[in-house]
Design a binder for this molecule. Sequence first.
Ligand code: NAP
Ligand code: F7E
Length: 325
Amino acid sequence: MKALITGITGQDGSYLAELLLQKSCDVYGMIRRASTENFERIHHLRDQIHLVQADLLDQLSIVRIIDEIHPDEVYNLAAQSFVPTSWNQPVLTGEFTAIGVTKMLEAIRQIDTNIKFYQASSSEMFGKVKEIPQNENTPFYPRSPYGVAKVYGHYITVNYRESYDIFAVSGILFNHESPRRGLEFVTRKITNGAARIKLGLQDKLFLGNLAAKRDWGYAKDYVTAMWLMLQQNEPQDYVVASGETHSVEEFAQLAFRVVGLNYKDYVEVDPKLIRPAEVEHLVGDPSFAKNELDWKPSVSFPELVKIMVEADLKFIASDAHIESR
Ligand code: NAP
Ligand code: F7E
């Protein structure tokens, strides 16, 4: 079994590569050329995976790697994934996160329609939510260029499934986090900030909207759901979520509690971090995934916060140690 992962250098790509290796898959990862390598998350896997160069902006490069590798499964995780950047670079976000999906699907259509395809869709598509909780039938109302691009990616996946009978699925994943989460996302920003404050490396933590609510899960659990979706008899779309919602403020409160501090003494709101349009309240209904895929999350909200804070404490302490030598 051969699998191609786009976005292998990202949080989910690295966990998915580990999972597929455990399943005895031959794992190929698509990487884009950079002047310096960006392989921290996959460093430990380098001798077990194949890295191939291509870019979501370059259709021919995608056709070439799919033709050469001829994978059984393609997981399309590559995207411009940071919501605030999507307001600053809306066109680029559309090109990566929306049109990039068509480029992947079109390559599959041209080369072999038996290749299975997973599209990394997002709860950001629900945006200004039409119902609580959100499920596979909840209408979309995206609130950022990123959310809009993901809606396009979702529907083009559905369309290629219906037009060309491709086994193409869209996983509508709610926020999922880990110690490998990028530092700009709020969870990692908080756990890293709390750890740095505890270690005396930082005084304050500036955040934006503390009232926003998210349904947060553990990334390792969520990549298992991606794999399960491609092992089913029929291609279907699934919501993957914990079913619980918590505010950014609650996340901060718990994270600072893990290091024995009160978040109120350190967290300050910076109005510059408030978004032009906010997604206020996300909470998913994962019943369909639970019933059809036999999937359920294994890590609770407080456990997730603790895992991330403890990993950051360890990471920063070892880094400081290296710097002091
Ligand atoms: P991430 O850490 O930001 O990783 C994004 C990946 O996409 C990186 O490997 C990046 O490569 C790659 N990429 C970006 N532009 C590219 C291009 N033009 N060509 C080739 N590769 C490109 O994201 P993540 O958190 O792992 O999320 C994975 C996917 O799931 C994304 O599509 C995201 O939008 C979606 N999603 C995430 C969540 C979540 O909570 N994490 C929830 C729902 C959906 P570089 O390393 O070269 O930058
Ligand atoms: O923001 C609020 C912010 O950037 C969460 C991506 O993986 O999940 C992610 O998108 C909330 C928002 O994630 C800060 O306003 C407050 O309400 O961690 P985030 P996101 O926008 O939910 C979805 C499912 C994806 O698909 C995306 O790819 O936290 N917030 N203060 C802050 N957010 C950030 N980043 N930084 C702050 O200081």
